[in-house]
Structure formats: C-alpha cells, structure tokens
Write a protein that binds this ligand. Structure first.
Ligand SMILES: Cc1ncc(COP(=O)(O)O)c(C=O)c1O
Length: 473
C-alpha cells in the first residue's frame, strides 16, 4: 500500500491541469517551495477526504492507529488544539463538569468556554527538584472523583510541558471505575509507545481519548497532530462531528503526508532513534550533574521524566531563566524551548544527533563556569507556585468571559471577579480564569512574574501599571 506522500507524488507526476483550488495551481511564484506546491493538492480523485475518509487517508489513519496502539486515529492539521477541543466537547455534555488538571493548556479552557462547562481541578504537587508541577497522582484523582460525582470526564496532561509523566494506567483505571472516560493531553508525548525503554504511551496505558502533537516531538511539520480513540466511553460519531466543526474544511495534504511520513520513520527506525536519544540524554545528564557547580538538573527517575526534556534549574544561580536562555541564544547560538523565572527547558528529539548533544553540553558547562565565578548577584525569583489552588469560582468561565467587563488596576483587584485568563506563557498555566474571585495570592504571583521580566498574558496597561479585566459591578 502506497504512503500518502507516494500517492501525492504520483498524482503530481501525471501533469493534470488543476482547474480547482488551491490558487497557486502548483506553481511556486518564486517563493513557494517547489516540492511543497507539487504536493499541495485538494480533494480530487484518489486523494480522499479527511472529513469523510474512504480511500488513501482512511488507510493511512488505520495504519497510524495500528502503530500507535489505538482503536481509531484521526489526522489533525490544526494541532493538538483541535483534538482537545473536539475530545472535551464530545466527552462532556453542554453545561456538564470536567475534572481536569489546573495546569491544562489553554485549548482545554477554550473547550470549557465553548461548551459552557464547569471545571473542577486536579492540582498535582510541586516537584522537589525544580519550580514545576508534577501531574496529579492517583490518590488525588480518587479523592476528586468522590468529591465530584457530577464529573463527566477526566482530563490530564502527560507528559507535561516540562516532561513529567503521570501514572496514566492507574488514573485510567480509577476514572473507568467511576464510569468516566480519561482524556490525556499527550501533546508532548507523540514519541511514546515506540520503544520499550521509554514510558508507555497513554494509548497503551488505557486512556480513552489521547491527543498527540506529532510536530512537537516527532519529525513532522508544525500544526500536525493525532487524536486517538480507544473505547466507546466517548461516542465516535460525536467526536467526528466536533472535528468537522472545529477543523478546517481545507486540510493541507503536505501536512497530512508529513504525519504519515513521520509515522513511517518511527515504524522503521523509531526504536533505534529513541534508544540513541535516551542514551545521549542519560550521558548528558550524568555529565552535567557531575560537572556543573551552579546549575541543577531534574534527575531522571525511571518512567517519570521524559528524556526528551532537559530541565535546567537556575534557582540561586544569580540569573533568571530568561537571562540564562538569552545567554545560550546570544553567546552560544542555542535557542531553548522555554524559560521561567527559575528554569530553562531544552527539548531534545530523535532529530538531535551526537554533535547537537555535545554542543548543548559544552555551552551549558561554559555558562555554568561563568555563573559560579560571579554569584554575588542573586536574582532568584523563587518558585512561582504554578499549582496554587484556584480561588473561589463565582460563575462559570463562559458566564464571566461573555459578561460586561471593566479594567481595574491589578493592585486594587482583590475581591473582584476576573473577566479574563491571566497566565504566564509558556508554560500557560492559568493564575486566574474568568469567573474566579481575585485574591491577594494571585496579585502577588502576577507581580512577581512581572518583576522577573515575564509577560503575563491577559493583562492590560503596562508592566509598571498593570490592569486586569474584572466583571462590571
Ligand atoms: C500541553 C499542551 N497541550 C496542547 C498544546 C496544543 O498543541 P498544538 O500547538 O499542537 O495545537 C500545547 C501547545 O503548546 C501544549 O503545550
């Protein structure tokens, strides 16, 4: 059976005159890459239709399901975002309750808004080694399921942005024992499930709906992702309905071929590539832990940290995460994935070779050497308590976001009801969501983020005089 890429190449070789979209008519106009436009066809004979797959796309998605240990798989071209919107919408009826990780991506909150849901939260707990949040433990879920018998689905993120991995198997069993589906935002874990030396994927662990961004950790183009369905706890037809609603009606064939190709690479070489990745990561981590005097690294505990994420803690080092990221970029030409006041995250994938690892190691050791000589300035912002309990929710996210609002100086907002999301992005964990009563703790967290030079999304005004949207009294 041909891959989607091969099918597109053979279609393009037939010299058919395209009297249809897209408007470039497979011509480059001197700037569109030739190879890209050659494959950028639309739904014509032989190329199938993503929203009603019967041919080559159906076969490609069935192949993907087999490779990813899923019952059914959908290619996504609007990222994990569209998969999460569809999954939550299909799993929880309008107005129902979703039990979800507080540290969820904004697409989860947007699904809650779109469907008028109520949110109950799982917080996880702080990780001892760095300023980041562990995913919720089974004990926390068990307690929450008792507290929220009205919940219609459970949603967690694993791996987290920083690579912390949840006990998905136990969480799935607990959710199922209460008759609920478990949705796993595995946007950062498309590389799981391909090698026994990596933690199992959420599909293998029994999650009902799993969303993976192929573009984040596999060699696939930006915007590509997968949605897997593994049980009948969520209605398949509803899921497809919401995908049709949220996803573009003109899905890009080069993107879909990019998913197919990435899965083909993983099928043929994935196990070896992942072995290499893990070995290089462990060697890098060992060297850094031994040789660095100031910077610290989240240790690799079997199964709980993704070897694709190197968490560099700079707490107490004299520089903030943002400054460290800037040094790595400006002085060593290394662009990291994200920085927070006390840490920097470097992403490593199957596409990184031994030389890339060496370059990163040399740069980190060189920076560490300079930091340990010059430590008198302490800019440690302290942990940001990203998993702080949510303040009282006075109304739902939808009620608040759709209400009449006014701006209030942040310092005077205590006791008012938030009209928008406030979050540090990345990682995107909300400090406040619409409908929550602003408290002193949230005001202080925002002020500390601003003082450390971070942007808090959702604020108006300036960093010096921030304004927050609140519901009109
Ligand atoms: C945890 C998490 N979930 C979902 C998403 C959305 O993924 P995408 O960018 O593929 O839409 C992101 C993106 O950063 C994310 O970090």
């Amino acid at each position: 059976m041909k891959t989607l890429y091969e099918e597109l190449v053979s279609y393009s070789d037939q010299n058919i005159l395209p009297c249809h979209m897209p408007g470039h008519k497979r011509k480059s106009f001197g700037f569109l890459p030739e190879d890209f436009v050659a494959l950028d066809v639309t739904e014509v004979e032989g190329t199938d239709n993503l929203h009603d797959p019967q041919g080559i796309l159906k076969a490609a998605m069935e192949r993907a399901a087999g490779l990813c240990h899923a019952r059914e798989t959908y290619f996504l071209v609007n990222g994990s975002t569209v998969g999460i919107l569809a999954a939550v919408s299909a799993a929880v009826p309008e107005g129902g309750t979703l039990l979800c990780a507080r540290a969820s991506h904004k697409s989860v909150y947007h699904a809650i808004y779109l469907r008028g849901l109520k949110a109950e939260y799982l917080y996880g707990r702080p990780c001892e080694a760095a300023d980041l949040t562990e995913p919720p433990e089974p004990e926390e879920l068990a307690e929450a399921l008792e507290r929220c018998p009205q919940a219609k689905a459970v949603l967690i993120t694993s791996p987290t942005y920083e690579g912390r991995i949840a006990k998905v198997r136990e969480l799935a069993q607990l959710a199922h024992a209460h008759g609920l589906p478990l949705i796993v935002d595995e946007a950062h874990g498309a590389h799981l499930g391909w090698s026994k030396s990596f933690p199992e994927s959420a599909c293998e662990a029994g999650a009902d709906l799993v969303i993976q961004s192929t573009h984040k950790t596999l060699p696939a183009p930006t915007q590509t992702a997968l949605l897997h369905r593994n049980s009948d706890r969520v209605d398949a037809e509803k899921l497809r309905r919401f995908l049709r609603i949220y996803e573009t009606s003109s899905p890009s064939y080069p993107l879909m071929a990019g998913i197919d190709n990435a899965l083909h690479v993983m099928e043929t070489e994935g196990a070896r590539l992942l072995e290499d990745l893990k070995e290089r990561y462990l060697s890098l981590l060992g060297d850094l832990q031994r040789e660095c005097r100031t910077l610290r690294f989240v240790p690799f505990a079997e199964g709980r940290q993704d070897p694709g994420k190197l968490v560099i803690s700079c707490a107490g080092s004299g520089v903030t995460g943002r400054e460290l990221a800037r040094i790595l970029r400006r002085e060593y030409g290394i662009e990291t994935e994200m920085s927070m006041p006390t840490l920097v995250l470097a992403m490593l994938t199957v596409a990184d070779d031994a030389e890339d690892f060496q370059r990163l190691k040399k740069a980190i050791l060189a920076v560490d050497g300079k930091l340990s000589e010059n430590k008198e300035k302490d800019t440690d912002a302290g942990p940001l308590a990203t998993c702080a309990p949510a303040p009282e929710a006075v109304c739902t996210i939808r009620e608040a976001w759709d209400a009449q609002m006014q701006e209030s100086p942040l310092a005077e907002a205590s006791g008012k009801i938030s009209g928008s999301f406030l979050y540090l992005y990345p990682p995107g964990t909300p400090i406040l969501v619409p409908g929550e009563r602003v408290g002193e703790a949230q005001i202080r967290t925002v002020e500390r983020c601003l003082a450390a030079g971070y942007e808090v999304h959702g604020l108006g005004g300036s960093a010096k005089d921030p304004l927050v949207s609140v519901l009109r009294a």
